[in-house]
Design a protein around this ligand. Structure first.
Ligand code: B3K
Ligand code: ZN
Length: 861
């Protein structure tokens, strides 16, 4: 397979100004007729051939300016159509046949539950018609769709609706036109028997926009929340970034078979049903929150991604990092800023720090790839968002807004680069970001060591930065790091918050005129994606947990304390008086979880115990059994101290009002369920009874799932019955059944893996549906270290068998699964050898997809 390099970027030889497409939809033989208005690009040679991408296309006819081409005028091989001797401006017409029914890759045009739908990002449009399938070719589109009227009454595409009507033989047609130039990856088409909910939004300039959510008819009662989230997103983007919507209609379509969460196609977003459908009885508070953020994310792409798109796929963070930043800010404004930040950072640690520390580490703006599908990563998305956040911290909110306005205005309707974005930040603020740009080009997480000195009223803080080598990058120069910080005295804050600029390898910052030695609260609100090493004694920790004025850092200090305890319990770290320390920790969090002036959702975050996977990330060598045992002991230790408090919390946070998915009620349920989770660390009959009662009496899925999932993780005799009753109750609803799969994929016990293997043959499992694969195989491999890393290698056998099977069908999803192995080099030697040799064998296998080959090779290298 061929590697593609950023440094080789060259402008396209030909641009396509306008595209007219006609689809005659048919399950196995869809006919796509394309008319492209092609123009030679400035600077291209007069004899440059026209080179178009095309994959799995059956070419029926091809003509230039109405003249059919003979076989010698073009070639079509290795997914490239080359037409020689073309004029400077011309019309190219092609007619192809494609087979949506055979499309198991779910890229291009495919069928999900009887409906036609598309997914084109990154390179799916070439599976629909011949085209320069690259993001820097922007065209206006008009689309005509013809299909059988009774099977596919609803026909949708991007843009504004045009004509529609009946045709012969029970067929009908619909036309759509999108006046905004867009790259092909934003194309979308849907045809199916769909119902919809409708609403409208009046934009800031007074235009009325129709909003519609299309679903299979039986899901019509699950669209209200997404519709509401959409309206709030539209309003927020006007208020916060000055961005107004630009078509007469905005549509969302839910599909059951989808390779990831959702897709921002212009005016026609297509969503994985798991990221849009919600009702109180079928979706948890967490699902509601996720849906809200994904609806917002895809909507925000209309400006950060669609109006201003990416020049090439190396610039992916330009739209993704920025849009994640925007959706995070939206959530922070809609819910609780502190809690949102905690959840975002937790996710960053779980996925991105892990990636940065292993064989898949890559810069936020990668320099090469075999397939871009493999670079829709936590680094590009979540670290990309952190870089935008750091720039906002450096610029301040006002200049940041000036910079985004400048960026949008200047690049509107074009394909831009990271440089355009950072350049706008500099121009709007006058701040030099030369050194800051290293964040885009250098992989790896900087490690900061903090040491301090106290002398007669002067506190000196020395910060040192270092970044370990990552694949292909041995030496790392120091980065420009914003350190938001404060100093906390015995009675509270001592100096106002400051942002220090760390630019050298080592720098000392001094603070004079202090009465007593303070404790520094560093990287407030997680002001930079770094790890921090510092010596804090228990007293200093307790001071920060109790008195820091930055809520995020109160949580982070408590979390770091818990991690140190867990690491010492897992035999990975020395800790003096660890028994006393555990009690101090328990008492410290008790103060927080019982403090009614604090938001319940925040208290719930403090009460949450790191998972086995979390602990595995933090230790030098992973011994899954030792980690599991350490966590078990830790939870029991906490329970001993907190039992009474937990029961009280549980009762105090029962919600009796009508269900509302908003932050207030959700926070209470989160706190109550976190209390129950810890009570279930050693479930007495009474606790198990409590969980069972919660499951049986629940009127919403948050409470039902909260209880059943805990029973599923336990070895209580009630377990099997609770699971089977849940299945019987919900087997008609695939999204709810996915939760049931996840709980079992995460379960412990000696026979955990055998049960998972049995589930791969269960009627509820389906290798053709990515959601099912992720729920069972993904959850097992990523979040059940004991079963996955079973000492006899049986977990690995199951995993690789499924990866190979899936690779034949859906390479994108297969390759993604492999990320579950990324920490293999840190496993204890026996498991490391077993897993490493399996990865190497896979990388050497013939007949792998490029996707899976690239991942296996990078992982085992
Ligand atoms: N832009 C899409 C992701 C496409 C992934 C292609 N492999 C969804 C999003 O980030 O909004
Ligand atoms: Zn996105």
């Amino acid at each position: 397979p061929k590697k593609i390099f950023l440094k080789d970027y060259a402008k396209p030889d030909y641009l396509v100004e306008h595209v007219s497409l006609t689809f005659a939809l048919d399950k196995t033989k869809t006919r796509v007729t394309a008319r492209l208005s092609v123009k030679r690009n400035d600077g291209a040679a007069a004899d440059a051939p026209l080179v178009l991408d095309g994959e799995d296309l059956d070419l029926v006819a091809i003509a230039v300016d109405g003249k059919s081409l003979g076989e010698d005028a073009y070639t079509y091989e290795h997914n490239v159509l080359t037409v020689r001797d073309v004029p400077a401006a011309f019309t190219l017409e092609t007619e192809v046949l494609i087979n949506p029914d055979a499309n198991t890759k779910l890229s291009g045009l495919y069928i999900s539950n009887g409906m036609f739908c598309t997914q084109c990002e990154a390179e799916g449009f070439r599976r629909i018609t011949f085209f320069p399938d690259r993001p820097d070719v922007l065209s206006t589109y008009d689309v005509r769709i013809e299909a059988d009227k009774s099977a596919y009454p609803v026909l949708l595409a991007n843009g504004n609706p045009g004509d529609k009507g009946d045709l012969e033989n029970g067929r009908h047609f619909a036309e759509w036109a999108d006046p905004h130039p867009k790259p092909a990856y934003l194309f979308a088409l849907v045809g199916g028997d769909l119902a919809h909910k409708q609403d409208s939004f009046t934009t800031m300039s007074g235009r009325e926009v129709t909003l519609q959510i299309f679903v299979q008819p039986h899901n019509l009662d699950k669209t209200d929340y997404a519709l509401d989230a959409l309206k709030r997103s539209m309003k927020w983007d006007e208020e916060t970034f000055g961005r107004e919507y630009d078509l007469d209609i905005f549509m969302i379509v839910a599909v059951d078979h989808f390779n990831f969460g959702a897709m921002e196609n212009k005016g026609l977003n297509i969503f994985n049903s798991s990221c849009v459908l919600a009702s109180e009885t079928t979706a948890t508070d967490g699902d509601f929150e996720l849906i809200e953020s994904i609806v917002a994310h895809e909507y925000f792409h209309n400006w950060s991604g669609n109006r201003v798109t990416c020049r090439d796929w190396f610039q992916l963070c330009l739209k993704e990092g920025f849009t994640v930043f925007r959706d995070q800010e939206f959530t922070a404004d809609q819910r609780s800023r502190a809690v949102a930040r905690i959840r975002d950072v937790r996710r960053l640690w779980q996925r991105q720090f892990q990636e940065d520390a292993g064989p898949l580490a890559h810069p936020v703006r990668p320099e090469s790839y075999i397939t871009i599908d493999n670079f829709y990563t936590a680094t590009v998305y979540d670290k990309g968002a952190e870089l935008v956040r750091m720039m906002k911290t450096l610029l301040g909110p006002e200049d940041f807004r000036k910079a985004t306005d400048l960026y949008f205005d200047r690049n509107d309707g074009t394909a831009a680069t990271v440089e355009d974005f950072v350049g706008a930040m500099e121009e709007a603020s006058g701040i030099d970001l030369t050194q800051f740009r290293r964040w885009y080009s250098d992989a790896g997480t900087p490690q900061i060591s903090a040491t301090e000195a106290w002398d007669n009223g002067t506190y000196a803080l020395t910060l040192t930065q270092h970044t370990d080598p990552t694949p292909g990058q041995d030496d790392k120069a120091p980065r420009h790091i914003p350190v938001r910080m404060g100093l906390i005295g015995p009675d509270g804050p001592m100096v106002d918050e400051k942002v220090l600029q760390l630019k050298e390898e080592s720098q000392t910052f001094t603070f004079d005129g202090l009465q007593t030695k303070p404790v520094a609260s560093l990287f407030r609100g997680f002001s930079a994606p770094v790890t921090v090493k510092r010596e804090l004694d228990t007293e200093e920790r307790l001071r920060l947990i109790a008195q820091d004025t930055d809520s995020f850092n109160r949580w982070a200090t408590a979390h770091a304390f818990a991690m140190d305890l867990l690491k010492s319990m897992a035999g990975q770290q020395e800790m003096k008086n660890s028994h006393e320390a555990l009690i101090s920790y328990a008492k410290a969090i008790e103060t927080i979880i019982t403090d009614e002036t604090l938001e319940p959702a925040f208290r719930a975050e403090v009460l949450r115990v790191p998972t086995e996977t979390d602990i595995g990330r933090a230790v030098a060598q992973i011994d899954p059994d030792a980690i599991s045992e350490a966590r078990r002991k830790f939870r029991r230790g906490l329970l001993e101290t907190l039992k009474g408090t937990l029961s009280d919390l549980y009762t105090a946070n029962l919600v009796n009002d009508d269900y509302d998915p908003g932050a207030d009620q959700a926070g209470k349920r989160a706190l109550k369920n976190a209390a129950l989770a810890l009570l279930m660390a050693e479930p007495s009959d009474t606790t198990a009874e409590l969980a069972l009662r919660q499951a049986d009496n629940a009127t919403n899925m948050t409470d039902e799932a909260g209880a059943v999932s805990l029973l599923a993780q336990s070895n209580r005799p009630e377990r099997e019955d609770a699971l089977s009753r849940f299945y019987d109750k919900w087997k008609h609803d695939p999204l709810v059944v996915n939760k049931w799969l996840v709980w079992q994929a995460l379960a412990g016990g000696e026979d955990a893996l055998d049960k998972i293997i049995a589930l791969t043959r269960h009627e509820a499992f389906d290798m053709g549906n990515p959601n099912k694969v992720r729920s069972l195989i993904g959850a097992f491999a990523m979040e059940n270290p004991k079963a996955f890393h079973r000492a006899d290698g049986a977990g690995y056998d199951l995993f690789f068998e499924k990866v190979r099977e899936l690779d034949k069908r859906n390479p994108q999803v297969a390759a993604r699964l492999l990320t579950a192995t990324e920490a293999w080099r840190r496993l204890e030697p026996k498991r490391r050898d077993m897993l490493g040799s399996r990865l190497k064998a896979l990388a050497q296998e013939d007949g792998l997809s490029n996707n899976t080959f690239e991942m296996a090779e990078r992982l085992s290298d």
